[in-house]
Design a binder for this molecule. Structure first.
Ligand code: DAH
Length: 340
């Protein structure tokens, strides 16, 4: 067996010096250490030897085995390095190939417009409040003083979900939710999606965006509102924009008005507004009383103004877009023009 060990060692070193590839190296590894490899077989044969002999020869075989393993590993590393150097020297980068441009997205014009509106009001001390899109009849209509038979409650305007639930038709709902939770003074704007059973055309969509505003305090009157809106319009449409307040009607404001600005072809309506109707304060006051808390919304002591506008409409006026559908089709050629 000793001879065999010597023989294996010799032929291993001469074989190893001739190896030029990882495959050849693997072959040698298998021929020696594999299941039927020479070393493996020798180790098996050990069982035929007795006691001290077995120990002596066993040690030699194991020494040889680790010698072989080390040498194989050494060679493997050398070969691997050679191969990767070769691969590197053979591969070239064709710098004449055109690159792939990375398209950087832009913020959607409606999002930009909504942010502009919010920024102006935030600079005047308003904060942002949000509410759910699936609402109850109470928050969308009842609390906002819509009479039971008001046409807005009709199937033609409102998407009903089931039972008492509906998709909110305006963000005025957030007025109620806010006043139920927080005592005055209040200054909030609430942006969000609203839903109406409308067919899509150049000026209608079943989903659109609104920003609602509410300011409530002990001594808020219409002049506060006029000043706020005029500042807002000057900021968004320019200082010299002409503004007009036109009497109107909304169930939740008294008096109510609509705000128009002068466009190139005449007056354009941009928002609904008014002084919060005392009935709305009564409704939120009930919630405070039901909770056993002192009611901070006594209509004799508190007043406020509210307003609501469509984001699409403002964006259309700002950018002279004459078809609302362009905002939803997401044609890159259209959106790119609002790059920011
Ligand atoms: N909620 C109204 C709408 O969707 C807009 C509006 C009008 C909001 C007058 C108000 C307001 O807060 O005072 O048409």
């Amino acid at each position: 067996m000793n001879e065999q060990i010597q023989e294996i060692k010799k032929s291993f070193s001469s074989g190893l010096s001739r190896v030029k590839s990882l495959e050849a190296l693997q072959k040698i590894r298998v021929s020696l250490l594999g299941k039927k490899g020479k070393i493996t077989l020798l180790l098996k044969k050990l069982t035929t030897l007795d006691g001290s002999k077995r120990k002596e020869v066993g040690k030699k075989i194991n020494d040889l085995k680790s010698h072989i393993e080390n040498k194989l590993l050494e060679k493997e590393n050398i070969l691997k390095e050679k191969e990767s150097k070769k691969a590197l020297s053979e591969s070239t980068i064709d710098i004449t190939l055109p690159g792939r441009p990375q398209n950087v997205g832009t913020i959607h014009p409606l999002t930009q417009t909504e942010k502009m509106i919010i920024d102006v009001f935030q600079s005047m001390g308003f904060s942002v409040a949000e509410g759910p899109e699936v609402e109850t009849d109470y928050y969308n209509f009842e609390a906002l003083n819509f009479p039971r038979d008001h046409p807005a409650r009709d199937m033609q305007d409102t998407f009903f979900v089931e039972g008492d639930l509906l998709l909110r038709t305006h963000t005025s709902t957030v007025q109620i939710r806010t006043m139920e939770q927080k005592a005055p003074p209040i200054r909030i704007v609430s942006p969000g999606k609203v839903y109406r059973c409308d067919d899509i055309d150049a000026t209608h969509s079943p989903i659109f965006h609104q920003v609602e505003g509410l300011c409530v305090g002990p001594d808020i009157h219409f002049q506060h509102f006029k000043g706020t809106v005029e500042a807002f319009i000057a900021n968004i449409f320019g200082k010299d924009t002409k503004v007009r307040f036109r009497p109107s009607f909304f169930p939740f404001t008294e008096p109510s008005a609509e705000v128009d600005i002068m466009g190139p072809d005449g007056w354009l309506e941009i928002m609904g507004c008014g002084m919060v109707d005392p009935n709305v304060f009564e409704n939120v006051g009930k919630k405070w009383k039901d909770r056993g808390e002192e009611n901070p919304y006594d209509p004799d002591k508190i007043s406020g103004f509210a307003f609501g506008m469509g984001v699409e409409r403002i964006a259309m006026l700002l950018h002279q877009v004459n078809d609302m559908r362009l905002f939803y089709e997401n044609d890159i050629r259209f959106l790119k023009q609002f790059g920011k």
